[in-house]
Write a protein that binds this ligand. Structure first.
Ligand code: NAD
Ligand code: UDP
Length: 340
């Protein structure tokens, strides 16, 4: 039996392949390489010393998905595939809804047809919108999203919940990631954003390596310990292991309601905290300028992680220093990412 990993060539997917392999799971990867490179798969193969079954394809391609399910015996899916840029989703909402929503609907229909009823879905803390308080618990209100990307995650959560209501033999885990950062400790695998990074950690890493002149700090007048935005940064390898625990959970439970769980560290760090930690890890000075707030940003977002511990037996272990060290190792070894 195999796990189908959609979007498995991407940043979080590629790290998850290693953790799944280390835990004895078999998988195949399906990715259209829209935001990733085959080189990531090659590097994973080198790390685990094993060939990976990789199929290039789109989750909206029904025929190709059906071929895949006919050829391999797939009993579960980890569904990473999707578009993830907040800014792009605002300027191109139709493309985002098409890829994320239609893609997921298509995947779910094919899964149902082939009686494959276990799915782990990549959701996001963005579904909480601007929370009234922090830390954020799973039962906080959701849906107050401020951009099509976030709305697509919220809609998919609702679709999965409705699917379960219609057929309670589906086993569903919805993982709400906080801010994934860092890279594999080998320095061979990491985040390779297209163009100018939108996210903080890759922008800092590219500034440290000399590709960007300075970091623009978006606002210093938030109600936080130093005025800059606070987030829950989680090492991508910890996050990847969370998927192994989610698959274990689905495999070991009988009929269960959709599991909804936060994956974060529970610690909030500010932009300047991250900047200082990165300077320490890299030994580089990182120039920065305080600029206006970024539209749509919130002051504070960090998880209550007690449910993940209780239900999955999972807790993030890696520190901010390790996140920065591994990010730096990846960035300095691969200043142009996978180079493609
Ligand atoms: P990523 O872009 O690196 O990986 C997504 C992968 O999906 C890419 O390899 C891309 O080529 C592939 N893909 C996109 N559309 C596809 C399609 N229609 N068919 C097949 N493959 C397709 O992103 P990531 O950071 O690894 O994120 C993985 C998932 O986690 C995404 O669903 C994302 O929305 C979600 N998520 C990410 C973050 C984050 O900050 N990185 C936070 C919360 C949630
Ligand atoms: N941020 C920043 N400069 C940047 C990118 C991000 O100051 O170039 C800040 C942003 O305002 C937020 C934090 O860093 O407070 C994390 O931003 P990111 O885009 O990585 O994650 P998200 O806002 O989606 O949680």
């Amino acid at each position: 039996m195999k796990i189908l990993i959609t979007g498995g060539a991407g940043y979080i997917g590629s790290h998850t392949l290693i953790e799944l392999y280390n835990s004895g799971y078999n998988f195949i990867v399906y990715d259209n390489l829209l935001n990733s490179s085959k080189e990531a798969i090659k590097r994973v193969e080198k790390i685990i010393n094993k060939d990976i079954i990789f199929i290039e394809g789109d989750i909206r391609d029904t025929l190709k998905l059906k071929e895949l399910f006919s050829k391999y015996s797939i009993d579960s899916v980890i569904h990473f595939a999707g578009l993830k840029s907040v800014a792009e989703s605002v300027s191109n909402p139709l493309e985002y809804y098409d890829n994320n929503i239609l893609g997921t609907l298509n995947l779910l229909k094919v899964m149902k047809e082939f009686n494959c009823k276990k799915i782990v879905f990549s959701s996001s803390a963005t579904v909480y919108g601007d929370p009234a308080t922090t830390p954020i618990l799973e039962n906080f209100p959701v849906g107050g999203t401020t951009n099509p990307y976030g709305t697509s995650k919220y809609m998919i959560e609702r679709i999965l919940e409705d699917l379960y209501i219609s057929d309670n033999s589906f086993k569903i885990a919805i993982l709400r990631y906080f801010n994934p950062v860092g890279a594999h400790e080998s320095g061979a695998l990491g985040e390779d954003p297209n163009g100018i990074p939108n996210n903080l950690m890759p922008f800092i890493a590219q500034t440290a390596v000399g590709k960007r002149e300075y970091l623009s700090v978006f606002g210093s007048d938030y109600d936080t310990h130093d005025g800059t935005g606070v987030r829950d940064y989680i090492h991508v390898v910890d996050l990847a292991y969370g998927h192994v625990k989610a698959i274990d959970y689905l495999n070991n439970s009988n009929k269960i309601k959709p599991l909804i769980v936060n994956l974060g560290t529970g610690i909030g760090y500010s932009v300047l905290d991250v900047l200082k930690a990165f300077e320490k890890a890299s030994g580089k000075r990182i120039p920065y300028k305080i600029v206006d707030r970024r539209v749509g940003d919130i002051a504070k977002c960090y998880a209550d992680t007690s449910y993940a511990k209780e239900v999955l037996g999972w807790k993030a272990k890696k520190t901010l220093a390790q996140m920065c060290e591994d990010s730096w190792k990846w960035q300095s070894n691969n200043p142009d990412g996978y180079g493609i």
